[in-house]
Write a protein that binds this ligand. Sequence first.
Ligand code: PLP
Length: 362
Amino acid sequence: MNEFIPPAKPLIGDEERAAVDRVMRSGMIAQGPEVAAFEQEFADHFGLGRSCIAVNSGTSGLHLGLLSSGIKAGDEVIVPSFTFAATANSVALTGATPIFADIDPATFCLDPASVAAAITPRTKAIMPVHLYGHPADMTGLQALADQHGLMLFEDAAQAHGASLHGTPVGAFGTFAMFSLYPTKNMTSGEGGMVSVANDEVARLLRLYRNQGMQRQYENEVVGFNNRMTDIHAAIGRVQLTKVGGWTTQRQSNAAFLTANLEGVTPPQVAEGATHVYHQYTVRVPDDRDGLAAALKDEYNIGSGMFYPIPNHRLAPFQADVDLPQTERAARECLSLPVHPSVDQEGLERIVEAVNKLASAGV
Ligand SMILES: *Cc1c(COP(=O)(O)O)cnc(C)c1O
């Protein structure tokens, strides 16, 4: 059988290994100069024009971003249900309530019309997800936020380098979070980067990250230990020099798949959007699960279902809401390998397998 094509593959090279070794040899491994350099280089690389703050995971980044923006018990934050549970989890961890809205079937991102219908007197903010690396409709959501006096946040966990009408994701909201988990478009091992629009939110975020201290032992608020280590930052700094090339490769892999796949609906790209293809997600209207199983069993090709159970139906949330586009996407979506390690032969194998299976009605 052909070699397995995994659905994702972190790329760690000699440069990352050398960077880790350099930090280990320095004898200073906790948060220090590497983290500070990584924060500055991240903001510069993605053209964010604002402060970036590194933390130990993307989920910590969302949690601290929400707390620093003043989200608390009794508040409501509107989020998509069609996302990884970290989006709603981070809202719930502040004591606030995640309110689930539906998605636009073309982009899989929050639909402003559904968000508008979910606004109540308790709504404080909207937190879209740039799902699969496609920017959410920030123009429509910003207009809604302005109209109702709400804050706008961004879950950009999957969208390093994506943009809308030339503005990079991470430069829209009061804060935005980028995940640095190994399967994301770039990694630091584990980690998260938060970009912040104003100095007070940035100050609070740095306090919460470090037990509430700016100066040692002069605690100002109750805080966490959500610091990134210099070891992780050193990996992330190297990955920053590579992520641009990887994104170009993802986009060219996606273009090949879209030009050649038959029998499934390829991902759409909204006008003015730059998609960075964290995932290449097609719709399989008939038997998505059967197609995924046959890809694996007959062709040794991995794929992913992101996400088969919408958050509003998960045990911790159990919200009684009607989200038809979310339900349909959860049934139909299948993500095919698009990462930079998939070579031309791999792309051709994926096309041949999907086209054969789809035309056979699997
Ligand atoms: C990965 C991810 C997160 C969480 O990031 P971690 O670094 O794994 O904590 C949050 N939201 C979305 C949409 C994600 O894909």
